[in-house]
Design a protein around this ligand. Structure first.
Ligand code: NDP
Length: 283
């Protein structure tokens, strides 16, 4: 058996094309969606992420407002920049690219972003709304993962979904989204006693642990849907996921590659959130 490979790049393209139509309608009504991106320091990986988000914005008809700050920018200065974007009517979404330099309190900065412009979905009010089943702006990586499952035709209701990782931005919101879609959900983490015993029960396995190729074929239930969220850089500079793709694809029913799986969907969902935020202010 060989798994269906879920092509995240192709699905992200479809999503962006759909979003472009919505952005066009908003622009015609005088409300062109706008995204402000704040990048502090010169981390090369962050610069790549920011460029890919800006490229996707251009493709979808979303304006971008770029602020690049040096690594020694003070927390106060960054907070002032966030405040300025919060009150700029051209800006419907604000992204502060992580990681921030160590001297800046990332939680404080992220929570300063106005709740209605929080297109990463990290604000506690947006996370609380997700908990209560009424998400307005939901975290992009888990919501992108849900779209991959849905568009690939993976049944979710009544299935056992196992989520690896419990961060507030990926693992926990992914678990809530699966629960909302009527899966029975187990969340695992670094203290889980027997990880393989859990993963072998998974009809749907989402891995967000950041451990290169740790999920091997013997940990997979035959026919399972495997969504690999992890992005890990190998010593030779290449990227890989948490899942040992070449062997797991022989046993799984569906699988996402890294790169070209969840990553492009994360970017597409940021754009979708900006357009949704712009739509809310236009009505
Ligand atoms: P965090 O480091 O915040 O969380 C990692 C989670 O994995 C923690 O809950 C940790 O457990 C758990 N974990 C770590 N090692 C193990 C292990 N050996 N067994 C079981 N659980 C383990 O990471 P993020 O949630 O921010 O990101 C996770 C991965 O997803 C990373 O590789 C990141 O690069 C990637 N990512 C990809 C995105 C995309 O667009 N595709 C976007 C965002 C992230 P504990 O809580 O006990 O410490």
């Amino acid at each position: 058996m060989s798994a269906i490979i879920i092509d995240g790049s192709a699905i992200a393209k479809q999503v962006l094309a759909e979003q472009k139509i919505l952005a066009g309608r908003l622009t015609a009504g005088g409300h062109t969606p706008g995204l402000a991106v704040l990048l502090v320091g010169d981390d090369p990986a962050s610069a790549i992420y920011v460029r890919s988000k800006e490229r996707a914005c251009r493709e979808a008809g979303v304006l971008t407002f770029d602020t690049r700050l040096s690594a020694d920018t003070s927390e106060n200065e960054l907070l002032k920049r966030v405040d300025a974007m919060n009150s700029d009517p051209r800006v419907h979404g604000i992204l502060v690219q992580l990681p921030l330099p160590r001297h800046i309190n990332a939680v404080k900065v992220l929570q300063r972003i106005a709740v209605e412009k929080d297109v990463d979905g990290f604000n506690w009010r947006n996370l609380g709304a997700l908990l209560d089943g009424h998400p307005a702006l939901a975290p992009c990586t888990p919501s992108g993962s849900m779209i991959l499952l849905e568009r690939a035709g993976v049944p979710i209701a009544g299935r056992h979904a196992v989520v690896l990782g419990r961060s507030s931005i990926v693992g926990k919101p992914a678990a809530l989204m699966l629960l909302e879609r009527n899966a029975t959900v187990t969340v695992c983490h670094s203290r889980t006693a027997d990880l393989a015993a859990m993963t072998r029960q998974a009809d749907i396995l989402l891995s967000a642990i950041g451990r290169p190729r740790m999920i091997t074929a013997d940990m997979i239930k035959p026919g399972a849907a495997v969504i690999d969220i992890g992005i890990n850089r190998l010593p030779d500079g290449k990227l890989c996921g948490d899942v040992d793709f070449d062997v797991v694809r022989q046993k799984a029913g569906w699988i996402t590659p890294v790169p070209g799986g969840v990553g492009p969907m994360t970017v597409a969902m940021v754009i979708a959130n900006v357009i949704s935020a712009a739509g809310s202010t236009a009505t």
